[in-house]
Design a protein around this ligand. Structure first.
Ligand SMILES: [Zn+2]
Ligand SMILES: [Zn+2]
Length: 314
């Protein structure tokens, strides 16, 4: 991707945000369902030309300090983030949250509750699957990286390791799909609650991949209007799973309401084809996120560590 001269210029007034290079605001580590440590994720992002990065593990912030340390050491700007689970009656959805106060009690409690239920729900699913297939909870534990919040991806890995299915994808379509008889719903707040929790914690709420092709994750116009009313900051538009029609619709709404729009990879490490920096967020939009947030500050690198664009050959 060629950066225009405008993107190297600071649009944030007095903001120290002047980082050139790609900006990827949606990355996962082993603290949720990624395959790499937070530091490895930052190194991988850097190697792909990313100079501003956010770690957005599902419902969890425990990777922040390691990621920030690695990012700053590489001269990158780091935005603390999280991808909060939420759901409507029919669908599970995700809300990206940036620069919120990590000590905000209501948001912390909700994220803790979702994580606890994710593990208990995984145990319930494994008990159901275990009636028909040779799989136990211990197999799932062995399939998960240390410290991971156990979820369906790890059940999938255990099913593969046991030879019950041949790939993670097959595990999801055959056994872990919401239509499957083994499926158990996950606790999550509704989207309005999610936006309010993030906003009240001083964070910026950006709807993650809101227009993917499956009927499962499509937000209606009415739902979107309600979220904007509740303080939604914007949309993650440039994401590989958003449909072209959906992107055009979101861009029109964003223009109409002057919302933030982002682009990101949703990198998970080895398990998925997504590559850091495959989509990028403009410097102007990052400056707007920083300006809007009041929960915590972005972490800016020491000037000595900043790699100039002419040296971007990592
Ligand atoms: Zn997501
Ligand atoms: Zn994600």
């Amino acid at each position: 991707m060629v950066m225009s001269s405008q993107s190297v210029r600071s649009d944030g007034g007095d903001s120290p945000f002047r980082s050139a290079g790609l900006a990827d605001l949606h990355l996962h580590s082993v603290h949720s369902d990624g395959t790499e440590s937070p530091a490895e994720v930052m190194r991988c992002a850097f190697a792909h030309g990313v100079r501003t990065a956010a770690l957005t593990d599902h419902d969890r912030i425990s990777g922040w300090s390691e990621a920030a340390g690695a990012a700053l050491g590489l001269g990158m700007t780091f935005l603390p983030g999280m991808e909060l689970s939420m759901k409507t009656e029919l669908r599970t959805l995700h809300m990206l949250a940036y620069l919120f106060d990590p000590d905000n009690a209501p948001l912390r409690a909700e994220a803790d509750r979702i994580r606890r239920d994710r593990v208990e729900r995984a145990q319930r699913m494994v008990r159901r699957i275990g009636k028909d297939h040779h799989i136990r909870w211990d197999d799932v534990i062995s399939a998960a990286p240390e410290g991971a919040t156990i979820g369906r991806p790890h059940i999938a890995d255990a099913l593969v390791a046991r030879g019950i299915v041949s790939t993670r994808g097959e595990a999801f379509t055959e056994i872990l799909d919401p239509g499957s008889r083994y499926y158990e719903p996950l606790y999550a707040p509704d989207p309005l609650t999610a936006v309010r929790l993030i906003t009240n914690a001083g964070g910026v709420a950006i709807a993650a991949h809101p227009v993917t092709s499956g009927p499962e994750s499509f937000l209606s116009r009415k739902e979107i209007d309600e979220l904007i009313e509740a303080g939604l900051g914007g949309f993650e538009i440039d994401h590989r799973d958003n449909t072209p029609d959906g992107k055009a619709m979101l861009q029109a709404i964003a223009d109409e309401h002057d919302l933030i729009v982002t682009g990101a990879s949703d990198y998970h490490g080895d398990g998925k084809p997504n590559v850091p920096g495959e989509n990028s967020t403009t410097q102007e939009m990052i400056a707007r996120i920083i300006e809007r947030a009041t929960g915590t500050a972005p972490r800016f690198p020491d000037a000595r560590n900043i790699v100039q664009r002419s040296d971007d050959r990592a």
